[in-house]
Design a binder for this molecule. Structure first.
Ligand code: GDP
Length: 445
């Protein structure tokens, strides 16, 4: 999913560059690509339809903000909508209940319920320092009870015995009672799954829910299920008030569409993803990061937005006009460049938002030093009079000493800044009407 969608979107961004506005027709083109990519990623059709409709509504007629091209603006909208559909941020297990906090695990057979129960036990013990008890209500498969016993031990939790001749409801009551009397913080209840949804199974788990009153009812679903995950999710959502989803086998899933489908169908947050068969193969699900990963662009959208909000459009346009008219680039322009950079949150904040590849390249730069350097330069220019800023050629030895004293630097630094400025001025003259001009124009909207 990641690559397909990213490639298509970045191609569209290129194609749409230069168009000033998001229009009905360029939105249609882009949405067609997004739709294809989502379907290829195995997102269920009704979910794709809803998603596209929401993006379209948000995109149509929108002015392109700041320096964004329409393509980038649309990527921004798609990415935000993906993140919103995926849910916000990170949500760990809720344990805010009178102990024991009961967690009910629901899902089809083979989804990974038993394995995930043990993974969760390990997570709660190690990360949240809880005392955890597990119990299996799967009276149809003795092997399942045995399996839970084994993995519970591996996880370092305690296992409550159950046998195939018991009723799941009785097991639940007994385990709850035991957990209370032995001061367990958490009771994890693994349940029976079937290969397909059936009514008896749903009634049984509803009864368990009524007895246990779990604080978390987690739907465990196999990411490889793709389109089928939707039907399963629908059935479980109708039967139970789901509080969260755990998406298993994401290590084997190359397409990732199930996350979007299941989240949209159930409305419940995806709390964890399973990333291996081992008990440490459980990751807290970060919705925003996942959405970003689907777009494969790091935080590029945030970066573009930050630039758009940070750049003072009026200033950028004035500068562009100046260069065009050949009016000359003076120290005021130099200062305003420095200040714009600062208003974008500084260099390191920009660097943080770059996709990893780009950031790695920029990583060799000492950001701290570069930022301090920028601040000193700003200070030097601010110590000049307006006349000096307009006519830097006036700045001779006496003035240099005054400026250095005023900004608390050595005279050499004032010299260095003036040299740098001269170089830049020379560059600006050469660039008049060429590449830089176009860039400024784009920045100026
Ligand atoms: P249950 O029937 O729902 O209890 O499913 P199990 O816990 O028995 O898991 C079914 C199979 O999926 C087992 O072979 C697990 O090892 C495997 N499994 C579970 N979660 C993951 C996961 O996140 N990644 C991978 N690769 N395998 C998993």
């Amino acid at each position: 999913m990641a690559t397909a969608l990213t490639d298509k979107l970045s191609r569209l961004v290129k194609e749409m560059r230069g168009q000033a506005r998001i229009t009905e027709s360029n939105v249609q083109d882009m949405l067609r690509e997004v739709r294809m990519a989502l379907l290829e990623a195995d997102v269920a059709l009704p979910v794709v339809r809803d998603f596209i409709a929401r993006v379209k509504e948000k995109a149509l007629g929108q002015e392109v903000m700041g320096s964004l091209s329409p393509g980038q603006a649309l990527v921004g909208i798609v990415s935000k909508e993906l993140a919103a559909t995926m849910g916000e941020g990170v949500s760990d297990i809720n344990l805010a209940a009178q102990p024991p906090a009961v967690i009910l695990m629901a899902g089809l057979q083979g989804a990974g319920k038993t394995t995930t129960t043990a993974k969760l036990a390990k997570h709660l013990i190690e990360k949240r320092k809880k005392k955890v008890l597990t119990v299996s209500g799967d009276v149809y498969r003795p092997a399942a009870i045995e399996q839970l016993k084994v993995v519970t031990k591996q996880a370092g939790a305690e296992w409550f015995p159950s046998t195939p001749d018991q009723k799941p409801a009785d097991i639940a009551r007994a385990a709850l009672d035991y957990a209370k009397r032995h001061f367990f913080d958490v009771l994890l209840v693994d349940t029976a799954g079937r290969l397909a949804i059936d009514e008896a199974l749903m009634n049984e788990i509803k009864e368990l829910h009524a007895i246990l009153k779990p604080i978390e009812t987690l739907f465990v679903v196999d990411a490889m299920q793709g389109q089928d995950a939707v039907n399963t999710a629908k059935a479980f959502k109708e039967a139970l008030p789901l509080t969260g989803i755990i998406l298993t086998k994401t290590d084997g899933d190359s397409r990732g569409g199930a996350a979007l489908s299941v989240r949209q169908i159930t409305g419940a947050p995806i709390k964890f993803s399973g990333t291996s068969e081992k008990l440490d193969g459980l990751e807290v699900f970060d919705a925003e990061r996942h959405a970003g990963r689907i777009l494969g662009m790091g935080d590029i959208v945030a970066l573009v937005e930050q630039m758009a909000s940070g750049v003072n459009m009026a200033e950028a346009q004035k500068l562009a006009a100046k260069i065009k008219s050949g009016d000359g680039f003076d120290l005021n322009d130099f200062l305003s460049q420095l200040q714009q950079m600062k208003s974008m949150g500084g260099l390191s904040s920009l660097l943080d938002k770059l996709p990893t590849q780009m950031a790695a390249k920029a990583g060799s730069i000492d950001m701290d030093k570069a930022e301090k350097d920028m601040k000193r330069k700003e200070g030097i220019i601010l110590s000049m009079t307006p006349l000096e800023r307009r006519k830097p050629e006036l700045i001779k030895a006496t003035r240099k000493r005054r400026i250095a004293a005023g900004s608390g630097v050595h005279v050499q630094e004032v010299n260095r800044l003036l040299n740098e400025f001269e170089q830049m001025q020379g560059m600006m003259k050469k660039m008049k009407g060429s590449g830089m001009m176009k860039m400024m124009k784009r920045m100026g909207g």
